[in-house]
Design a binder for this molecule. Structure first.
Ligand code: SF4
Length: 337
């Protein structure tokens, strides 16, 4: 009996890779360059309180890329607090963060039947995290050295196993280097990609103000609840006496978010007779601090700055009224984080 075609001439298995996919232009181009070689690409994106998957989801949909989403909050936050390779300009521990992402992708290779990992990193694009040494450290420390291909700069980097094994054609990979975006723009035009965001856009750890708040929070509480991280994203923040935190909404959206994040143990404050923001004291506070917080709340209301005004407070089911004068500008500046 003749063997079935399948057993006599087995179909070659299609090469497959996992792409670290942020949705930024470089990650899109890396996917495109690899797809052009007939390689199947599965996108992988991560979520933490510092960055979400929205940008990646939108970009993946635009280019028709199947996308996996992985929440790495716990492990990522532990790393953010004490990164082995330190921080970039703000609280962004990019070398450790990339390492973790590549390791996570590596751990999924077998499960998804993928042969290697690709990233959109470009040699020299970021001085600290994307120089030759950092790229090497990231791949090595991830535990998947040799399975990481950077299609946009591969020809400037040592040959990787997928290249030497013939899974991917090195000659068709690129030699992008540096911070210039000209070649990326040309490629985007060629692929018909019209909407994309800047590299690193969307990561709060690269934001100066957020980083300042996060650092201050960690100094007071090395193990904050995820809600406290969420609160860092909204309003104006103050540290008053006894380590008490006060958060004052800047606009309606902030006020709504603060009210939404408030818990029974917190105190919410609001000036009653004049329009103004709401203020939150996470975990409440002693009476003298309450008065100071009411003064801050009054400062940002439309109340006259030199008169006592009524401020309503609420803690769980308990409510009350106190009278406070708007805190002076000098005190506001001193306490603002
Ligand atoms: S910019 Fe943010 S998400 Fe990107 S590698 Fe750095 S820390 Fe991680």
């Amino acid at each position: 009996m003749c063997p079935t075609p399948d057993t006599q001439y087995p179909m070659p298995r299609r090469v497959k890779c996992l792409a670290l996919f942020s949705g930024g232009l470089d990650s899109i181009l890396a996917v495109k360059v690899v797809q052009e070689q007939g390689i199947e690409v599965l996108g992988l994106t991560f979520t933490t309180p510092f960055f979400g998957a929205k940008k990646a989801e939108e970009a993946a949909e635009t280019i028709g890329l199947p996308l996996l989403k992985l929440d790495i909050t716990e492990e990522h936050f532990a790393m953010v607090k004490d990164p082995r390779y330190g921080y970039g300009r703000n609280m962004n521990p990019c070398i450790d963060c990339h390492t973790m992402m590549i390791r996570k992708a590596g751990e999924l290779l077998d499960h998804y039947g993928a042969d290697f990992i690709i990233t959109g990193e470009v040699l020299g694009q970021r001085p600290m995290s994307q120089n030759k040494q950092s790229l090497h450290i990231v791949a090595k420390n991830s535990g998947f050295n040799g399975r990481v291909v950077r299609p946009l700069s591969a020809r400037l980097l040592p040959e990787t196993a997928p290249e030497s094994e013939g899974l991917i054609d090195r000659e068709k990979l690129l030699d992008l280097r540096g911070r210039g975006r000209k070649r990326q723009m040309e490629m985007a035009a060629r692929y018909g990609i019209t909407s994309y965001t800047s590299p690193a856009g969307g990561c709060l750890l690269t934001d100066l103000m957020f980083s300042r708040r996060l650092r201050e929070l960690l100094n007071h509480n090395p193990d904050p609840h995820p809600r406290e991280i969420e609160l860092l994203k909204t309003g104006r923040h103050f540290r008053i006496e006894n380590g008490v935190k006060v958060i004052v909404g800047k606009n309606r959206r902030d006020n709504a978010m603060i009210a939404d994040l408030a818990r029974d143990e917190d105190v919410l404050l609001k000036v009653t007779e004049y329009p103004g923001p709401c203020a939150l004291i996470p975990h409440g506070c002693a009476e003298e601090c309450l008065l100071m917080a009411a003064g801050i709340c009054a400062h940002y209301s439309d109340a006259p700055k030199d008169a006592e005004v009524e401020v309503r407070f609420r803690k769980g089911k308990e409510t009350g009224i106190l009278r406070a004068t708007a805190a002076p500008r000098s005190l506001i500046d001193e306490m603002m984080i």
